[in-house]
Design a binder for this molecule. Structure first.
Ligand SMILES: *Cc1c(COP(=O)(O)O)cnc(C)c1O
Length: 416
C-alpha cells in the first residue's frame, strides 16, 4: 500500500533517471534487508557494494551517533580531528602518499582526471613532451559527471551529452597490442578498473596491467586505478591492484568507505600530488567530520574482525560452489571474480533478467549487469550458510528453466 503511493508520487515528482524495483525497504540487520511487511531479504548486492559491514552494525551506529552529537560539518576552511589520521591509514594501506577527500565515486574519479591533466601540464612546464589524451578501456565505468562519463565506454551514457570531455580513446579490454598501438607521448593517463564492475566483473590481466605500468613509466604519464567498486577489501585485499604486485600513481575509492555515508577519496603519489596547488581543486562537503569518523569505524571493524581473510575465504567458497553449479547447468558459461566481487555469465540476457527477478521473488537480492551477467557484491560479513541458501535457490531456478525449455522443445518436436 505504502509502496504503491510512493511509486505514484515519485513517478510524478522525480526525474525519471532510475528503473527502481518495486520493493520498499524500511530497515536492515546484518546481511538482511526488511520490507514494509516485515519480510527479510538476503542482500547479495549491499547497495551496489556500499554496505560492506551490512545493516545495523553497532560500530557504525555508534560512530554516527557520537560524531553527530559533536560536530557534523565545518568546511575545508578549517581543521578537524578526523582527516589526518584517516589519511594516514589510507596511505599506509594503499602504498600511496597523499589523499583528497570528496563525497562520491564520480567526484573522486573527476579529481583523478584533473590531477592527471595538471600533472602533464607541470611536466610540460618543465620542458617535457607529454600531451593531454587519456586511454580508457572498453566496457569501463567511471561515473556520470562529464569527465567521468567521457572515460566511460558505453555510448548510451555519453552521446546524449556530447561533446563530453575530449581526448579520450578506448582500448580493447586486455588487448596489449591495442594498448601499445594507441599509447604515445600524447597520453597523460591510462584509466583502468583492476576488476571491471559494471562491465560484467572482468579482472584485468596481469600482462595488460603490467604493460600499462611500463608504458606510463616510459613517458611520465600516470596510471589511474579506479577502485571505487573493487577497493577496500571487496576482493580480499585492501586494493585490487595489490593482487597484481604493482602500484598505480592514482587510485580512487568510494562505495564501501563509510558504509553508506557518502564519501569518496582520491589517493596519489607525492610526485603526482605536486600538480595541485591551493585553489586548484576543492569541495564543500568532502572529508567532513561525520564521514571521516564513520570511515575510521569501517577500517577498525575490518581490521579487528579480520575481514580481508574472511572475504578471501567466503569468496573462494562462493566461487567454488558457483563452479559446481556451472558444471550442472549449461546456461552458465562463466564464473568470474576476486574475493566477494563475483559475476556469473549466462548464455542469454533474457534468462539473466528472469533469474534475477525470480531470486527477488525468493527474497534474495542480486543484480544483472552487462546484459548477461548476474553480479554478487554481498556485505563482507556474508557467511557460508548464506552462500548455501543462494546456491540452492539458483540450482532450483536453473533446473526449472531447463525443464521448461526441455518441455518447450519437446512440444515443438511434437508439432513438427
Ligand atoms: C560506482 C562506480 C563509480 C561511480 O561512483 P558514484 O558514487 O556513483 O559516482 C565509478 N567507478 C566505478 C568503478 C564504480 O563502480
Amino acid at each position: 500500500m505504502r509502496l504503491a503511493s510512493i511509486q505514484a508520487a515519485e513517478k510524478k515528482l522525480l526525474l525519471q533517471t532510475y528503473e527502481r524495483n518495486p520493493y520498499l525497504f524500511v530497515s536492515g540487520e546484518g546481511v538482511y534487508l526488511r520490507d514494509e511487511s516485515g519480510a527479510d531479504y538476503l542482500d547479495l548486492l549491499s547497495g551496489i557494494g556500499v554496505s560492506a559491514l551490512g545493516y545495523g552494525h553497532p560500530a557504525i551506529e555508534a560512530a554516527i551517533r557520537d560524531q553527530s552529537a559533536k560536530l557534523i560539518h565545518t568546511s575545508n576552511l578549517f581543521y578537524h580531528e578526523g582527516t589526518a589520521p584517516l589519511a594516514l591509514r589510507l596511505t599506509e594501506l594503499s602504498g600511496l602518499d597523499r589523499v583528497f577527500f570528496c563525497n562520491s565515486g564520480t567526484e573522486a574519479w573527476e579529481a583523478a582526471l584533473k590531477l592527471a591533466r595538471a600533472h602533464a601540464g607541470l611536466l610540460r612546464s618543465e620542458g617535457k613532451n607529454i600531451g593531454t589524451r587519456f586511454l580508457a578501456l572498453e566496457h569501463s565505468f567511471h561515473g556520470r559527471s562529464i569527465g567521468s562519463v567521457a572515460t566511460t565506454h558505453k555510448e548510451k551514457y555519453r552521446e546524449p551529452f556530447a561533446p563530453v570531455m575530449p581526448d579520450v580513446e578506448f582500448v580493447r579490454f586486455n588487448d596489449v597490442e591495442d594498448l601499445r598501438a594507441k599509447f604515445s607521448s600524447d597520453v597523460c593517463g591510462i584509466c583502468i578498473e583492476p576488476v571491471q564492475g559494471e562491465g560484467g566483473i572482468h579482472p584485468v590481466s596481469q600482462e595488460f596491467f603490467a604493460v600499462a605500468r611500463e608504458l606510463c613509466n616510459s613517458t611520465g604519464a600516470l596510471l589511474l586505478a579506479d577502485e571505487i567498486q573493487s577497493g577496500l577489501g571487496r576482493t580480499g585485499r585492501w586494493f585490487a591492484y595489490q593482487h597484481y604486485g604493482l602500484l598505480p600513481d592514482i587510485t580512487t575509492l568510494a562505495k564501501p568507505i563509510a558504509n553508506g555515508i557518502p564519501m569518496g577519496a582520491m589517493l596519489c603519489t607525492e610526485r603526482a600530488a605536486a600538480a595541485f596547488t591551493p585553489g586548484m581543486h576543492g569541495t564543500t562537503f568532502g572529508g567532513g567530520p561525520l564521514a571521516c569518523a564513520v570511515a575510521h569505524a569501517v577500517l577498525d571493524v575490518m581490521e579487528s574482525d579480520n575481514l580481508l581473510t574472511h572475504v578471501d575465504e567466503v569468496g573462494a567458497y562462493f566461487r567454488d560452489r558457483l563452479q559446481v553449479l556451472a558444471s550442472r547447468h549449461a546456461c552458465i558459461v562463466d564464473v568470474r571474480g576476486l574475493g566477494l566481487m563475483i559475476g556469473i555469465e549466462l548464455n542469454s540476457a533474457e534468462l539473466a533478467k528472469q533469474i534475477s527477478a525470480e531470486m527477488m521473488d525468493r527474497r534474495i537480492i542480486l543484480n544483472r549487469t552487462s546484459e548477461t551477467v548476474l553480479r554478487f557484491l554481498p556485505p563482507y560479513i556474508l557467511e557460508r550458510a548464506h552462500v548455501d541458501i543462494t546456491i540452492s535457490a539458483l540450482d532450483e531456478l536453473f533446473t526449472n528453466h531447463a525443464e521448461h525449455a526441455g518441455t518447450a522443445l519437446e512440444g515443438e518436436h511434437a508439432h513438427g
